[in-house]
Write a protein of this length. Structure first.
Length: 387
C-alpha cells in the first residue's frame, strides 16, 4: 500500500524561523515575515502539488486565517492538491457544514478533506461563544458526525440530541465523492468518539513506542464497535543531504528562540486542558537544549514556541525515510508534514525523501495514480484533530 503525504498551509504566517501560536497562545512576531496571503499560500500549495503531496492541512482558531475561506481561494490556483480543512463542530451547524462540504466538492472537483477539531481550550472556545466543557464538546462532536454522515448519504435527519437538534434536515445535492474526515485526540472521551465515528485517527509525533501504545488503544476501541480505522501522524520535518546539515538547521532555528517568548509560550501551554498538548510538553521536559532529541531523529524543539504538533523529523534524507518506515510499521499510513519556511521545506522533502520511498515501492506520486472519483458507501471521518 502506497503511503500518503500531506503538507501544511501556514495560515498564521510563515518565516525562516519557527512561527509559534495555537492552543491559546498567539502567533509569534515571526509570522509577519511572510504574511499568509492567497498569493503566497498558493505558491506553497503549487510546490506541494508538484513534488507529490496529496493534500495540505490548514489550522483553525483565532490565531490564524479562516480555513474554509482560505482554501476555497487557494484551490483555484491548484489542480490536484486536496485541502484538509480544519473546523470546529461547536461553531457551525452540522447541516450547514454538510452543505458547505458538498459545495466545496463540486466547485473543486472533489478536493476536500475534513479535519474535525473538537477544541481543547475553554478560553478560546468561549471567545467563539461555546461554553461547553471538554467532555461535552466531544459528545456534541459525536452527534455532529452522526448528522452529517446521514446527510451525505442523502437521508433526511431528525435529531433531538443532548447538544444538537435538527428537524427535517436534508441536502438538495450530496457530495460526490463524500469527503474523508480526519479526527484526533488523546483523552479517553476522544478515543471513544474516534472509535464510533472516525475513519482516520491522527496523532501528533510522539516517539514510536508511545504512538504504538496509543494506536493499540484506538484499535481496541474501534474493534469493540465493529470498526477498523486508518492512522495518520502530524510532524514537522528538517531533511537535508547530510545529517550534519539537517541538525545545523535545527540548531539555527533553536538559536532564534527568544527566551522570554519561550517562557511565555510554555506558561500558556501549561494551562492547556488538552491531553495531547500535555503529552507534547512532557516530551521536551522544560526545554533543555541537550534533551530535545527524544528518539533517533525525532526533535522536540518546535514545541518550545508552538502549540499543537511540536516535534520534527531531523536528519539526512535516508534517515528521515527510515523513521517514516518505522512509523509505517506501527500502522501509520498518512503523514501530515510541515517545515519552516514551508515553501522551501516542501522541496527539500519532496525532492530528497519521496524519491527514496518511491524506489522502495512505498510511495507513488499522486499524478501517477488512478484518480477516478469514487463514492464511498459512507463518509470517511477522521477523529477531531488540532493542527
Amino acid at each position: 500500500m502506497s503511503l500518503t503525504f500531506h503538507w501544511f498551509l501556514p495560515t498564521n504566517g510563515d518565516s525562516r524561523h519557527v512561527v509559534g501560536g495555537g492552543h491559546g497562545t498567539p502567533a509569534t512576531a515571526s509570522g509577519r515575515d511572510r504574511p499568509p496571503t492567497v498569493a503566497y499560500l498558493s505558491q506553497i500549495a503549487r510546490a506541494a502539488e508538484d513534488v507529490g503531496f496529496a493534500g495540505a492541512l490548514t489550522p483553525t482558531g483565532a490565531w490564524c486565517e479562516d480555513a474554509w475561506l482560505t482554501t476555497a481561494m487557494v484551490s483555484q490556483h491548484t489542480e490536484r492538491l486536496k485541502f484538509l480543512v480544519a473546523f470546529r463542530p461547536g461553531l457551525i451547524s452540522p447541516t450547514l457544514a454538510a452543505q458547505m462540504a458538498s459545495t466545496f466538492q463540486r466547485q473543486t472537483g472533489g478536493r476536500l478533506l475534513l479535519n474535525v477539531v473538537t477544541g481543547g481550550e475553554n478560553q478560546e472556545q468561549r471567545a467563539f461563544g461555546d461554553f461547553l466543557d471538554k467532555d461535552s464538546r466531544y459528545r456534541r462532536t459525536g452527534e455532529f458526525l452522526q448528522v452529517i454522515r446521514e446527510l451525505w448519504r442523502g437521508g433526511t435527519v431528525d435529531l433531538h440530541g443532548e447538544h444538537l437538534r435538527v428537524q427535517g434536515a436534508a441536502l438538495s445535492r450530496v457530495p460526490d465523492p463524500v469527503p474523508e474526515v480526519y479526527f484526533g485526540g488523546s483523552s479517553p472521551i476522544a478515543g471513544e468518539i474516534a472509535a464510533r465515528h472516525a475513519d482516520v485517527y491522527l496523532t501528533w509525533g510522539e516517539p514510536p513506542a508511545q504512538v504504538a501504545e496509543k494506536l493499540d488503544r484506538i484499535r481496541s476501541l474501534a474493534a469493540a464497535e465493529g470498526r477498523t480505522l486508518r492512522f495518520g501522524i502530524r510532524l514537522h520535518v528538517i531533511t537535508r543531504d547530510t545529517a550534519e546539515q539537517a541538525w545545523a538547521e535545527a540548531n539555527r532555528l533553536l538559536d532564534g528562540f527568544d527566551p522570554e517568548t519561550v517562557a511565555s509560550v510554555q506558561a500558556g501551554l501549561a494551562r492547556s486542558e488538552s491531553e495531547g498538548q500535555r503529552r507534547m510538553l512532557a516530551l521536551h521536559g522544560g526545554g533543555s537544549r541537550d534533551r530535545l532529541e527524544i528518539h533517533p531523529n525525532l526533535w522536540a524543539g518546535i514545541g518550545l514556541v508552538r502549540g499543537g504538533a511540536g516535534t520534527a523529523l531531523v536528519g539526512s534524507h535516508d534517515e528521515v525515510a527510515e523513521r517514516i518506515k518505522e512509523y509505517q510499521a506501527l500502522g501509520i499510513e498518512e503523514f501530515i508534514l510541515s517545515g519552516y519556511p514551508h515553501l522551501e521545506e516542501a522541496y527539500w522533502f519532496g525532492e530528497g525523501v519521496l524519491p527514496r520511498l518511491a524506489a522502495q515501492g512505498l510511495w507513488r506520486h499522486p499524478a501517477d495514480q488512478d484518480t477516478a472519483p469514487t463514492t464511498p458507501t459512507q463518509p470517511a471521518v477522521l477523529a477531531p484533530f488540532a493542527s
